[in-house]
Write a protein that binds this ligand. Structure first.
Ligand SMILES: [Zn+2]
Length: 181
């Protein structure tokens, strides 16, 4: 059954790229080919996100430098948001900046309080090229900003300041998965 099938059910779990991998620190390219390879990528990304118990995943986290991310994330009212965005643009962020715990599948085991806006609006297209607009508040707004940052070649620790930043970078350097210095 195709319509209504579970996202990622036909996808392949791919290895995650980790902090320090160049693809994670390079701005992703716009998607121009909306063929079956894009649909397969999105399926693989859902499968990988679910296998890792993530709430969001960007394409460069599975080694593909394209502007695509997927999410399955609750907001602060426990409403579930499930979907994907291709070529997203961050069209609005506002509300208060809230510092909250944030983690990333590319920095496994680490967490740091990271400031994010409480509200975010993104526009993009689906894998079929249909326009979509996504509003997020609370934790889902955090997720959208986090995944959007990945497409720009950023990671959440870029936003962490002061002693929190020093601590999380020290933990990253000492992590079992850290690349040799
Ligand atoms: Zn991440």
């Amino acid at each position: 059954m195709r319509h209504g099938s579970i996202p990622g059910a036909s996808g392949r779990v791919r290895p995650l790229t980790l902090l320090g991998d160049p693809v994670l620190h390079t701005p992703c390219e716009e998607v121009t080919d909306f063929g079956p390879q894009l649909a397969a990528l999105v399926e693989d990304m859902y499968a990988t996100m679910y296998a890792a118990n993530g709430v969001g995943l960007a394409a460069n986290q599975v080694g593909t430098g394209l502007r695509v991310f997927v999410y399955d994330c609750p907001d602060d009212e426990d409403v579930r948001h499930l979907g994907h965005l291709v070529n997203p643009r961050l069209v609005d962020v506002d509300g208060v900046s809230v510092r909250g715990p944030e983690s990333c599948l590319s920095l496994p085991g680490l967490e740091a309080a990271t400031p994010r806006f409480d509200h975010a609006v993104l526009e993009g297209v689906t894998l079929r090229g249909e326009p979509v607009r996504v509003h997020g508040t609370g934790f889902f707004a955090r997720c959208l900003q986090h995944e959007y940052d990945h497409l720009e070649g950023g990671v959440y620790t870029d936003h962490v300041t002061g002693w929190r930043r020093r601590r999380v970078l020290r933990q990253a350097a000492r992590a079992p998965w850290a690349a040799p210095a």
